[in-house]
Design a protein around this ligand. Structure first.
Ligand SMILES: CC(=O)Nc1ccn([C@@H]2O[C@H](CO)[C@@H](O)[C@H]2O)c(=O)n1
Length: 108
């Protein structure tokens, strides 16, 4: 039997840092490999490009979502239009239908 550790770190593309820190972006959408965050735990957040730490986030919920079920409410929580959000996700996770919405809150 193997056990999987609870993740304690998360990365974001640096271009999203300001929206996260200002509270405009309150979810992220990830694939199965990044779906193992645990509600109630806190993660250290750094930029994907250079690993620079910029905040801590508390994981609030992790819920499955199909790409085809993404809607304007998800886009609003990403501070994007739905077309922009679908484009971003298509670029990061091409062809992946089974995704997860991770809702988080900034930890001060
Ligand atoms: C390795 C790594 O950092 N991966 C990711 C994956 C996703 N995202 C962002 O989450 C939202 C939905 O996918 C969009 O805002 C994405 O751009 C991100 O910033 N970084």
């Amino acid at each position: 039997m193997t056990t999987n550790a609870i993740p304690t770190e998360m990365t974001f593309f640096a271009r999203f840092e300001s929206d996260i820190l200002s509270g405009k972006k309150t979810i992220t959408i990830r694939d199965e490999s990044e779906s193992h965050y645990v509600p109630g735990t806190t993660v250290d957040v750094s930029t994907y490009e250079d690993g620079r730490w910029f905040c801590r986030l508390e994981i609030l919920t992790v819920e499955p979502i199909a790409f085809s079920d993404l809607n304007d409410f998800h886009a609003q929580q990403e501070n994007m239009t739905l077309a922009e959000l679908k484009g971003v996700i298509h670029d990061i996770y091409p062809g992946i239908e089974k995704l997860y919405v991770v809702n988080y809150a900034l930890v001060n």
